[in-house]
Design a protein around this ligand. Sequence first.
Ligand SMILES: Nc1ncnc2c1ncn2[C@@H]1O[C@H](COP(=O)(O)OP(=O)(O)OP(=O)(O)O)[C@@H](O)[C@H]1O
Length: 246
Amino acid sequence: MAHGPGLTLNIVEKRFDPLATPVLDQFTLNIAPGSVVALVGPSGVGKSTILRLVAGIDRLFSGRITVDGIDADKAHPPGFVFQDPRLLPWLTAIDNIRAADGKMPQATALQALAQVGLNGYGDAYPHQLSGGMQRRLALARALAINAEVLLLDEPFVSLDRALVNEIHGLLAELVGAKRPTVLFISHLAEDAARLADRVVVLAGRPARIVDDIELPTSRQQRDGNIINGYIRRIESAASTKTGTKL
Ligand SMILES: Nc1ncnc2c1ncn2[C@@H]1O[C@H](COP(=O)(O)OP(=O)(O)OP(=O)(O)O)[C@@H](O)[C@H]1O
């Protein structure tokens, strides 16, 4: 089955303030094709920075990030879901999706809308949708460009748990069907325990990988016990290695 590309991050240095310690220094991370990797760690450690570098949105760093060997800023654009939905208020749901790619056929946008359970809401404006629906629309926009790489920055933050479970299910289904390479940030061990194949725990300034946990059981086979075991492992790694609670 086709799957998303492998990602290699060799960041020599990323800093915002020329006088302060860099956020990233000699930071290396390799992500296997088609894997789902969760980045966890304390606030301010550099998780969103890493996502923006991989997306090619932020090019101000030294080093090299590649997507199947191609420099990230020249690779096919990833699907990116930001912490806030970032919808254009003057466009309908369908046009928000199509805005991601000027050549996108209407049918593709409609299909993405259906995939996130928003059938029938194509003509609604963002203010007519609930917060959770807006979040799903943002996800549909990321999916509609048929990206082989999905970058999700706290896609579940401040959503109620029922909706999070629904979106988890949706993502697990999409990952199973399309096998994209996914890098996502979450503050909740449960998100990682349900979705990830691998959890990378970051700490410090400059950020270091202080733990790298494989979650070998396939997503479909993760029952409550397995998920709870994974949650304990991730939370314990985060608290002992980063000194903070997730
Ligand atoms: N545009 C910017 N200008 C200056 N400093 C920045 C900028 N973006 C991020 N930083 C700094 O870089 C560091 C890493 O920020 P980043 O947003 O990547 O952390 P994070 O791990 O994603 O945090 P959170 O979990 O709170 O979102 C922080 O100290 C932050 O203040």
